[in-house]
Design a protein around this ligand. Structure first.
Ligand SMILES: NC(=O)c1ccc[n+]([C@@H]2O[C@H](COP(=O)([O-])OP(=O)(O)OC[C@H]3O[C@@H](n4cnc5c(N)ncnc54)[C@H](O)[C@@H]3O)[C@@H](O)[C@H]2O)c1
Length: 339
């Protein structure tokens, strides 16, 4: 990104650091069945760590022309961008709090100007509060979880989709939901609500693109159970549903995204649970999910990211945060005290 582009990004309220020269050649439309990341632009939200970083690494390994990284944690984002640089892929990083529509729009405008619309959009960033609903703080937990997990994927996709449609080349959108979007889980009611929203929106978008005559833009909804990242540290894995390895999930999700599959549920017990929940009377399903599989007690041991973990760095100059940065899971007393 040149100095003038950087100035423009900051003027839009978004800091940006990157290695990409604008105007790099874009891969032309190819046989949709053979969609690959080679020569394409891949944008990942929540790219600084966890699964998001793995998607970005995968894009670089597969020869993407450009990888665009978005995250609220500017310091971790910069470290990830530096680690990915030098492998032949142009890497650019945008510190952006996706809970803010203003920041999403500013960052999207900067990306459209600097790199163009992504060929692959991965809506991955997410947060969770592991406590009873009445312990959630109104703004920091309830509103922010819905903003980051549910609204942001819609706003981000809305910013880029017209350009993706207008370009007429094959494209992919991977929306990261959760198995908790297919059932109910105590101690994550708001997170669960946000992921139910993602699943409904994501799959409706898939159908809309088909109905409107844009079959080359395919939408995949990822629906995984618990994954071994710090986000859900401490959870008790339900019966027959072991903690998934992040690399294995990214492998499967990446392949499903390239193939343009509508939905990927991991592991197989997630699909089984949806089927059983659909046919069993509620008391029977509660017995199966709660007592037999242990889903309803899985969050009782949740610790999440440790409070000792370093908090995200404050946004760089130019960013106006609308809400406080994500906080680690809190004790009921702390949550109550902050209301
Ligand atoms: N870990 C699991 O067990 C699990 C299970 C099912 C689904 N998921 C989903 O997978 C996705 C990735 O999870 P993960 O385990 O890698 O989480 P993670 O906590 O390791 O990473 C999340 C990333 O999102 C970023 N982020 C958070 N708030 C943001 C904001 N406001 N703006 C921009 N970036 C923000 C964080 O800084 C972080 O880099 C999430 O959507 C999560 O809900 C995770």
């Amino acid at each position: 990104m040149g100095l003038s582009s950087r100035a423009r990004a900051l003027r839009h309220g978004v800091g940006h650091f990157g290695t990409r020269a604008p105007g790099a050649p874009r891969r032309p439309a190819t046989d949709d069945a053979a969609f690959t990341a080679r020569g394409r632009t891949v944008l990942v939200t929540g790219a600084a760590m966890g699964m998001g970083r793995l998607y970005a690494e995968r894009a670089v390994r597969e020869g993407a022309a450009a990888v665009v990284l978005w995250d609220v944690d500017a310091a971790a984002l910069e470290a990830t961008a530096a680690a990915l640089a030098g492998a032949g892929t142009a890497v650019s990083a945008y510190p952006v709090d996706i809970s803010s529509l203003e920041q999403v729009q500013a960052a999207a405008a900067a990306v459209l100007a600097d790199t163009g619309a992504p060929d692959v959009l991965i809506n991955n960033a997410g947060i969770v509060t592991g406590s009873y609903f009445w312990e959630h703080r109104q703004q920091e937990d309830i509103a922010r979880t819905l903003q980051v997990n549910a609204l942001a994927p819609m706003h981000i996709t809305r910013e880029f989709l017209p350009a993706m449609i207008g370009r007429g080349t094959p494209a992919r959108i991977l929306n990261v939901a959760s198995a908790s979007g297919t059932l109910s889980v105590p101690r994550m009611s708001v997170y669960t609500a946000s992921k139910w929203a993602v699943i409904g929106w994501s799959d409706s978008l898939r159908l809309e693109l088909l109905a409107a005559g844009h079959p080359g833009i395919r939408v995949t909804t990822l629906i995984p159970s618990y994954i071994r990242t710090p986000m859900f540290a401490g959870v008790t894995a339900p019966l027959l549903t072991p903690l998934l390895e992040p690399g294995a999930v990214v492998d499967r999700a990446w392949q499903a995204m390239l193939e343009g599959r509508a939905r990927l549920q991991l592991p197989w017990t997630v699909a089984l649970g949806s089927a059983l929940r659909g046919v069993l009377p509620q008391p029977a399903w509660d017995l199966v999910a709660g007592r037999i599989f242990g889903v309803y007690r899985s969050m009782d041991t949740f610790t999440g990211r440790r409070p000792s973990a370093p908090p995200p760095a404050p946004p760089p100059a130019g960013i106006t945060a609308e809400t406080p940065a994500e906080t680690p899971a809190e004790t009921p007393a702390a949550a109550e005290a902050s209301r």
